[in-house]
Ligand binder design. Structure first.
Ligand code: SF4
Length: 87
């Protein structure tokens, strides 16, 4: 697994997130996956955008869809990285 510039393992194991609940069934999941640019395999939140956003917000991060293809592949989802790429 590649790390990110912020030093956190990504994504964090579920057990390390306070208040984590298993992703719900989402009727839009297949449609969302069809347009999702996230390349991180094995994530239980793929296509469940509300869970994805909440997860990354808890970590002061943004979901993959905020990043370009090149940026997304770094797996650095930090807001700091997002801003640094837009200066
Ligand atoms: S961006 Fe969303 S789908 Fe991708 S690893 Fe993060 S939580 Fe999972």
């Amino acid at each position: 697994m590649r790390g990110n510039a912020g030093g956190l393992r990504f994504p964090l194991p579920e057990a390390e997130l306070p208040g984590y609940t298993r992703p719900m069934n989402c009727q839009n999941q297949s449609k969302n996956i069809a347009v999702c640019n996230c390349t991180y395999g094995g994530c239980p939140r793929h296509g469940i955008c509300c869970e994805c956003l909440a997860y990354h917000r808890r970590l002061n991060e943004l979901p993959a869809c905020y990043f370009t293809k090149e940026e997304e592949r770094t797996y650095d989802r930090s807001i700091r990285y997002f801003i640094s790429r837009r200066r």
